[in-house]
Design a protein around this ligand. Structure first.
Ligand SMILES: [Zn+2]
Length: 355
């Protein structure tokens, strides 16, 4: 906006989670019933031919995918709220869905919690009380974090670790309820824990290993690729997701039907959406509209407001915050630019091959 010159253009990109995305575009909601996916005719059940839990290559829902034209049509129209508030005809075409939200907060939360409980119950080979076994698992997890040089702020707190193990998995599927960054780094630590440190390779742990290795690899390909993933890595990343989903289904079925049934490795509709993400990797890298860092920045802005509020009249706070915000934004941009420049000199293929 240019005061005095009228409104020339407002260019706005808004990254949202799946819930907000479906609400904004009035799309079929992922918790809807019977249909639960706006990209295909999958239904919200674990039975029936179109069940969303079917992730096989021959799953019948794959024949019901909407066309590219139908997909684009979903996003046409005006944004009701923005248009009402501004009196302008603002398009909703620039609201973007953060796919990594789906991966980290949707799928990883349940998967990580299940791995932790599974390892404690079946994988910690030591005698002693449950508390001693938990302590042993915590020490092993810390050792994995240390080996991976995981920053302390990205490690799961002990309180969260205990809460998941204490909640158990008899009444409902285990869930981690942690920050996205915690979930992502925990995946790498659990991969090291199960596949190397504890070297669990018997029974159902064979599928757990595959899941951990494939999902870690998918993340690494996304992290070390640019906004568009090169073709060989597209194929590999898709294979990683497809294999992960198949083995997650095996684990879910195994746990439910075992002599001691446990609600582990829950399959949710966001797992189904992971299949769509895999199919669309040829178009974009899921990290392209990743907004976790910006979410952290929202907290930083609130702190700035509190700092500037001291000794000021309310009407002058916004100007002071805006000034500080501009400075921080520049520093943030500059840091990202330097970091980005550093990343570009790394040969992606070497980074990935070393995984
Ligand atoms: Zn679908």
């Amino acid at each position: 906006m240019f005061p005095g010159a009228g409104l020339l253009m407002a260019l706005l990109g808004v990254t949202v989670d799946l819930d907000e995305f479906c609400n904004t575009y009035k799309l079929r909601h992922f918790n809807g019933s019977p249909l639960c996916c706006f990209s295909c005719g999958a239904d919200n059940s674990d039975a029936g031919p179109l069940r969303h839990t079917d992730c096989r290559p021959c799953a019948p829902w794959r024949a019901t995918l909407i066309t590219h034209e139908e997909f684009l049509h979903l996003f046409s129209g005006l944004h009701i709220l923005w248009s009402t508030l501004t009196g302008l005809d603002l398009s909703i075409g620039n609201v973007i869905y953060d796919l990594m939200h789906n991966c980290c907060l949707g799928v990883l939360q349940l998967f990580n919690a299940s791995v932790l409980i599974h390892v404690l119950q079946d994988g910690v080979r030591m005698h002693g009380t449950v508390e001693q076994r938990k302590d042993s698992l915590w020490v092993s997890l810390l050792a994995c974090y240390n080996e991976l040089d995981t920053p302390s702020g990205e490690r799961i707190p002990h309180s969260k670790f205990s809460a998941v193990l204490n909640t158990g998995c008899s009444a409902e599927y285990a869930d981690m309820h942690c920050k996205a960054a915690h979930a992502r780094h925990l995946l790498f630590a659990l991969n090291l824990l199960v596949c190397k440190r504890l070297d669990l390779n018997e029974g159902a742990f064979r599928s757990t290993r595959v899941c951990l290795a494939k999902l870690s690899r998918f993340y690494r390909i996304c992290m070390f690729s640019d906004n568009y993933i090169s073709e060989p890595y597209q194929t590999e990343a898709k294979e990683c997701l497809d294999t992960f989903l198949l083995h997650q289904n095996l684990l879910n079925a195994h746990m439910r039907t075992a002599s001691r049934p446990r609600l582990l490795y829950g399959i949710i509709i966001k797992s189904h959406i992971l299949s769509h993400i895999g199919d669309n990797l040829k178009f974009y890298n899921p990290k392209q509209w990743w907004c976790y860092a910006d979410e952290d920045f929202v907290g930083a802005i609130a702190k700035m407001g509190l700092k500037e509020a001291k000794g000021r009249f309310m009407v002058t706070i916004s100007n002071a915050v805006a000034s500080r915000y501009r400075l921080r934004l520049f520093l943030r941009y500059d840091m990202r630019r330097r970091k980005g420049a550093g990343l570009h000199v790394v040969d992606v293929s070497i980074e990935l091959a070393a995984d």
